[in-house]
Design a protein around this ligand. Structure first.
Ligand code: ATP
Ligand code: MG
Length: 286
């Protein structure tokens, strides 16, 4: 398989990473105490970030973690659909001061909390200083109250996506084995390495077709990163493979029914893979 045989050009020598606060074990939101913040992101859209975020949150909650999912796909949010939640209270209302933060944090079916965002709001199509400050303030307030905060970001490398990723302590990149997804995952790693301070970067390979596929994907991606990204960096990017989630008809079935896979089909291969990935995510912290 040669999915990333034509990676984005390495381009000119990369600038040194921007001195975001994440460099010294803290993020732009302040010193890293309280919850670990994980940004779940991808280069290509539609690879399964939202499905994975919701079910990873349920798996972490089952382990006794206090988990908050923040729908950071500002403007195109849809985790409410996956979780079958109909609240009209969203981050937008918190940002505008219409709703206190505590009222907008809702209990989700999997035993975790969720902070929804609005959809179809053009004001979140680009990052403004106001939105930046509000988001920082929200992260600063929720961090002490949880063990784990998952940010379900949008796809791509827009300024909104990059800023939400900069708030996290670690980045979980979701990719499928398709060449287009891998090329875009590579591009995301390259941009993050060039513009943000180094943080743990993890890889979850979704929709795998056979066993061992994720490991092969990870090593292929790592090779390209070593060749075109790490050559210019003082601190090389190492992608930590947290697991594979197989392509599974149970996923579409439960998404259609707006149920969590972990709740309604916990014995499915994809659910078990997510439980293992959650153990791996917390494992390196213990
Ligand atoms: N492991 C899987 N097996 C089968 N289908 C899957 C799997 N993972 C995701 N899907 C399908 O892909 C769809 C899209 O997933 P999801 O909305 O989570 O992607 P996304 O990355 O969040 O998209 P966006 O970039 O638009 O936010 C799901 O609704 C589901 O039908
Ligand atoms: Mg999504």
């Amino acid at each position: 398989m040669t999915p990333v045989s034509h990676p984005a050009s390495p381009g000119p020598a990369m600038p040194p990473p921007a001195p975001t606060a994440a460099a010294a074990g803290s993020t732009a939101a302040g010193p890293a105490k309280g919850a670990r913040i994980t940004a779940v992101t991808s280069g290509k859209g539609g690879v399964g970030k939202t499905f994975i975020t919701a079910n990873l949150a349920a798996a972490l909650a089952r382990r006794g973690e206090r988990v908050l999912v923040l729908d950071a796909d500002l403007g195109l949010a849809n985790i409410d659909v996956v979780l079958n939640l109909y609240s009209r209270l969203t981050l937008h209302d918190v940002f505008t001061g219409r709703t206190p933060l505590d009222e907008a944090i809702l209990p989700a079916p999997g035993g975790f909390s969720v902070l929804l965002a609005g959809s179809g709001l053009v004001e979140y199509s680009r990052m403004t200083p106001e939105v930046r400050d509000k988001l920082l303030e929200v992260i600063g307030r929720v961090r002490p109250r949880y063990d784990h905060v998952l940010l379900d970001t949008g796809a791509g490398i827009s300024d909104v996506v990059l800023f939400t990723i900069s708030l996290a302590d670690e980045v979980l990149i979701v990719a499928t084995p398709e060449p287009t997804s891998l090329a875009d995952a590579y591009a995301t790693v390259k941009v993050l390495a060039a513009t943000q301070s180094p943080r743990p970067m993890k890889l979850l390979v979704n929709q795998t077709q056979k066993s061992g596929e994720g490991r092969a994907v990870r090593s292929q991606l790592q090779q390209v990163v070593d060749r075109f990204v790490n050559a210019n960096l003082p601190q090389p990017v190492k992608l930590d493979h947290v697991g594979d989630v197989p392509q599974d008809t149970a996923v579409r079935e439960t998404v259609q029914r707006r149920q969590l896979l972990l709740e309604s089909l916990p014995g499915s291969a994809a659910a078990q893979a997510l439980v293992a990935a959650a153990a791996r995510l917390v494992g390196d912290r213990q």
